[in-house]
Design a protein around this ligand. Sequence first.
Ligand SMILES: [Zn+2]
Length: 60
Amino acid sequence: MFSTEGTCDWCKKPSVLTQLNYIDGKSNHSCEDCIELATLDVRQFNIAEQRQMERQSVHC
Ligand SMILES: [Zn+2]
């Protein structure tokens, strides 16, 4: 964790970052200050995405 240097995708400040992966294959990077919010964001996105996939598979 926190091994990459770059710009945080949440606060847009240069920092040491950790990578967060989305269910659709995308990823964002968060600094230590934003990690709680970032984790929550990614989790909520993944839950929403999973619901949508389940909904789609029901119709197919
Ligand atoms: Zn940040």
